[in-house]
Design a protein around this ligand. Structure first.
Ligand code: TXA
Ligand code: MG
Length: 336
């Protein structure tokens, strides 16, 4: 299959809509990461997403919508809390899990009775949803297990020959995937941290919001898995990454002594005598989130075999950064 890499013209948007109606998955930019989108109401279209990504079928897909009418079509019940969160954070990087309606096939929900719903912010995807009139299922547009793609080139590297089209909308601003919050149980619970934080959600709802087990540690095989994404292998570059929780001085000593690549903050670079890849600025979680996936791919581009990542702070957006980095490091953390 030939993969067309197109600029976001009206003609490209028409072509994308046509492909989606033919049940083919198309890669489009969003404010978080690039997604691979297909008709969320059609089993065959959704199966084609899983095939292109080689994604395990037990991991459910997020459904992307462009208005409240679609929200009511895909959810069985839109709760008061869901309306509060939608009004506060949509369009934007928040996925809300609700009980699903009958139009959502089991390929999307992976057999669960719920569906994750998000209204993204970028114009191209909103236009494709509104022109086709279809809610679109869309995981990140990477080969399963790889870092999520933050530009069209990375989608091309992972999915070339496997999908018919990518629309290039430049780099994604947020850089990490949406916050996933479930409103399907008794208390709101965050399954995946992101740009929208636990504190922000809790403030809007006026109640306590829990953090799922598995966000900052590895799930044990007998742990109950509420969100399948927590147990899958994720974000792994070919390079072996280890997180180092240490002061700058101790980090410097360790990374220089062991001949590893320093996966660190920009400010560290002038003071380190080794190869460095920066993933953002110190004390700036938003910049670390924006830079993380690009930096992980950069490790492979320079042929790094072993990298030591400086530990990010875990507050607010930093929790999303740590959650992704921990998975890239396959849960290796060294405390010095
Ligand atoms: O920002 C994003 O969310 C991007 C863009 C493309 O919108 N999408 C994305 O999708 O990251 P994906 O498939 O890579 O990650 C979806 C995550 C997975 O961890 C999945 O397990 C979880 O959301 N998820 C989806 N639906 C769920 C459900 N009904 N119950 C529990 N977890 C769910
Ligand atoms: Mg993904």
């Amino acid at each position: 299959m030939e993969t067309l890499l197109a600029q976001p013209s009206q003609q490209a948007i028409e072509t994308a809509c046509q492909l989606i109606k033919e049940k083919q998955p198309v890669a489009l930019p969003t404010e978080t990461v690039y997604g691979l989108f297909a008709d969320a109401t059609d089993s065959v279209a959704c199966e084609n997403i899983f095939k292109a990504k080689e994604r395990p079928m037990d991991n459910p897909l997020i459904v992307h919508i462009c208005d409240y009418d679609m929200l009511h079509r895909v959810a069985a019940e839109v709760t008061e809390d869901a309306v509060k969160l939608a009004e506060a954070f949509w369009p934007g990087p928040l996925t809300i899990i609700l009980k699903k309606s009958d139009i959502i096939p089991e390929e999307v929900s992976a057999g669960l009775d719920t569906v994750g719903i998000r209204m993204p912010r970028t114009p191209v995807i909103l236009e494709v949803i509104s022109k086709t009139g279809l809610p679109l299922a869309g995981p990140s547009a990477n080969r399963s297990g790889r870092p999520s793609p933050t530009n069209a080139q990375y989608v091309y590297e992972d999915l070339k020959g496997r999908i018919p089209m990518i629309i290039d909308g430049g780099s994604c601003n947020v850089g990490v995937e949406s916050t996933v919050v479930s409103l399907a149980g008794e208390t709101p619970i965050i399954f995946r941290p992101g740009y929208v934080t636990q504190a922000q959600i809790s403030e809007v709802l006026g109640k306590k919001v829990e953090l799922s087990k598995g966000i900052t540690e590895e799930l044990l095989s007998d742990d109950k898995v509420l969100s399948p994404g927590l147990k899958h292998k994720h974000y792994a570059p070919k390079c072996e990454v280890t997180i180092i929780n240490a002061s700058f001085e101790k980090y410097k000593e360790k990374v220089e002594a062991d001949g590893a690549v320093a996966f660190c903050f920009e400010e560290f670079i002038p003071n380190l005598n080794c190869q460095c890849v920066a993933y953002g600025k110190e004390n700036n979680s938003v910049s670390q989130a924006a830079g993380l996936f690009t930096a992980l791919r950069h490790l492979d581009e320079i042929g790094a075999e072993k990298a030591y990542a400086i530990m990010p702070t875990m507050d607010d957006v930093g929790l999303a950064v740590y959650n992704r980095l921990l998975r890239s490091a396959e849960f290796r953390v060294v405390n010095l």
